[in-house]
Design a protein around this ligand. Structure first.
Ligand SMILES: C=C1C=NC(C(F)(F)F)=NC1=N
Length: 221
């Protein structure tokens, strides 16, 4: 999908409502939840299969392929969390890595011009990610979260503000406990979008939850 690195503007547009999900983030059928989230207006999807009872090996590959085909049907780019080999095997649109995974530099060499996202928690990690070729950074946890068992302390929007006050214009997506009720500060502080799991994946009406968030994000410009 990418013959050159994605332009910043296009990356910022994709980050507006970034849905992340794995099999253990849902109580109902993940395929149905993803269809509904797409109907509600998500702009980007990340396959994040980790934690208790997560699939692995062949099962994980086939599950990922099913979700990827739903994204393809609706022209939503498909990002794989952590598992670079899986991303390459699927010819995914990109990879998201954390600080404990292999370096962004090493991953960039493996994935060519696919999208590369990096989780960051301080200014040094943001600057390092940019220097190593990240197309966007995830900053968080903005608010407290139960989803990521080893999440760091909630930091609010201070790092987003710090990065923007230093004149760094890297595409930023906020993550961690974000809902329609608390998404506005993420955008007002200079974030280009919000990344969510539970507020959509455990919603009784995922399409409605996604639509409410998307309309809020779009109203903030
Ligand atoms: C731990 C994570 C932090 N940020 C992001 C993203 F929102 F994509 F930037 N994804 C993750 N899996």
């Amino acid at each position: 999908m990418f013959l050159t690195r994605i332009a910043k503007k296009d990356m910022r547009d994709l980050l507006r409502l970034y849905f992340i999900m794995g099999s253990n983030n849902c109580q109902s059928d993940p395929k149905h939840v993803l269809e509904q989230a797409i109907k509600g207006g998500i702009s980007l999807f990340q396959f994040r299969e980790k934690g208790n009872a997560a699939f692995s090996g062949e099962e994980k590959y086939h599950f990922a392929k099913e979700l990827q085909s739903i994204c393809k049907k609706h022209m939503i780019p498909f990002i794989v969390n952590d598992d670079v080999e899986l991303a390459l095997a699927l010819n995914a649109d990109g990879v998201h890595i954390g600080q404990d995974d292999e370096s962004a530099e090493a991953v960039r060499r493996k994935i060519g011009d696919k999208i590369l996202g990096v989780s960051t928690h301080n200014l040094l990690e943001v600057e390092k990610a940019i220097a190593e070729g990240a197309d966007y950074v995830g900053i968080g946890p903005i608010y407290s979260t139960e989803t990521k068992v080893d999440a760091k302390a909630a930091q609010g929007t201070k790092l987003i503000l710090e990065v923007r006050n230093k004149g760094i214009n890297v595409p930023i997506v906020g993550i961690g406990g974000i809902t329609s009720e608390n998404a506005a500060p993420v955008m007002k502080s200079g974030g280009n979008g919000v990344s969510v799991i539970t507020t959509i994946s455990l919603s009784a009406d995922p399409a409605k939850s996604a639509r409410e968030l998307k309309e809020l994000i779009d109203s903030l410009g």
